[in-house]
Design a protein around this ligand. Structure first.
Ligand SMILES: [Zn+2]
Length: 398
């Protein structure tokens, strides 16, 4: 196939200066700088680090309030109170999900995110309306981001009878994974909650991504329950647990047996480097064989006034909280927003190599560690072989 674009003179993570040759949506060759063809479009990438696009491991496109005037944070100290506050707020919003979520997609695409996993609230009040809005966003923004959807029971499964049937319907109607939420803390029925969501996942052969805020030994017990069910259904490698604060709150014995269970079941852990709560210890988990990936989670919504969806700054934040100081650690933080979530999401065309899809970000940095430490905003973003953003600004779309 004829080359359509050359990214000329880019620096790779390994320190080489190369021309990246693209034909259509695919990288066809990576050759020493100056050896690429010159009879097609070119992007000068001199002094720019080339990396595959960022992969957002956890976001809530339906929750964001972007596009609305700033809404003061609502009171609510517990997860249950916050859920109630969010439900009251969402009934009043003047902008639909398509507008708010679309604003967020455009913002994160300009930062360099090319793929994402979004949870979407499903409960008996709104049914599948949020899912349908996300499916419309997925179609409208196919040229900027690839979207994977988790059917998320934000109000519980057992405490909101009817939600299990809605989750089942959500998978039939286009959601990719089944979600879950604090089987003890919200549903107060660990077995009932996990039985329900794993039954739906097993029936459809899809994975799960479960929000788990439940703390300490209780949360660790739930993690081991999740691991056991994952193995029982043959879902190894298709299950993730988001947050899992408990992993940062337990003694060595509890940690050891819980990490071993997660590693055996290949259950991955998502962290956003949360504020004043314990977080999963990334390096200890890695040493035990557990995959840990990153996501933004809440961005300017009823749960948090913070966040902008910049995954490079998220990598920096996680590295900062985990005392990542060496080059190897900083590069690992970068992997937590690129290749690691790409593997968790099962994106097989991902990477900076011939044959992979031309989803790239060019950064004003000389190396991965420098990129994480500085999180430079000067970025050029290429998606499906097409320039989509420069210096934080989206290019016009067709
Ligand atoms: Zn979340």
């Amino acid at each position: 196939m004829q080359p359509t674009l050359v990214v000329a003179g880019a620096t790779t993570a390994g320190g080489h200066t190369v021309d990246i040759v693209i034909a259509g949506e695919t990288i066809t060759a990576i050759v020493p700088a100056g050896e690429g063809p010159d009879d097609c479009d070119r992007i000068d990438a001199t002094d720019r680090l080339a990396a595959p696009s960022f992969v957002e491991g956890h976001i809530h496109l339906d929750k964001t309030l972007l596009g609305l005037p700033f809404i003061p944070h609502l009171p609510g100290e517990t997860v249950a109170l916050r859920i109630a506050a969010e439900k009251a707020l969402r009934r009043t919003l003047a902008l639909p999900i398509e507008e708010r979520g679309g604003r967020l997609i455009e913002q994160i695409a300009a930062f360099g995110t090319g793929s994402l996993r979004s949870h979407v609230d499903i409960d008996t009040e709104i049914g599948l309306s949020g899912l349908h809005a996300l499916i419309r966003l997925k179609e409208r923004y196919w040229d900027l981001v690839d979207i994977q959807i988790v059917a998320f029971p934000q109000s519980g499964v057992i405490t909101d009878p009817g939600v299990a049937d809605l989750l089942d319907a959500a998978i039939r109607e286009g959601a990719d994974l089944v979600g879950g939420l604090d089987p003890a803390g919200i549903d107060q029925d660990v077995t009932g909650h996990l039985d329900a969501i794993f039954a739906i996942a097993g029936k459809h052969g899809v994975g799960l991504d479960i929000h788990l805020h439940d703390p300490g030994p209780l949360g660790a017990f739930e993690l081991r329950q999740i691991a056991a069910r994952t193995i029982a259904l043959g879902l190894e490698g298709k299950v993730a647990v988001s947050h899992a604060f408990a992993l940062g709150q337990i003694d060595d014995f509890e940690f050891g047996r819980t990490a071993e269970a997660l590693a055996t079941a290949r259950v991955a852990i998502m962290t956003n480097g949360p504020g004043p709560v314990a977080m999963p210890p990334v390096r200890r988990l890695n040493a035990a064989g557990v995959t840990v990936f990153a996501g933004s989670d809440n961005i300017r919504d009823a749960w948090s006034p913070y966040g902008d969806g910049d995954l490079l700054r998220r990598a920096m934040l996680i590295g900062y909280r985990q005392d990542f100081l060496t080059d190897a650690s900083l590069a690992h933080a970068f992997a937590m927003v690129t290749e690691i979530p790409a593997a968790v999401l099962g994106i097989d065309h991902y990477g900076l190599a011939p044959g992979k899809r031309a989803d790239l970000v060019l950064l004003a940095a000389a190396s991965l560690p420098e990129a994480v430490a500085g999180a430079p905003l000067d970025r050029t973003v290429i998606k499906r072989g097409r320039l989509v953003a420069r210096k934080g600004m989206l290019a016009p779309r067709d």
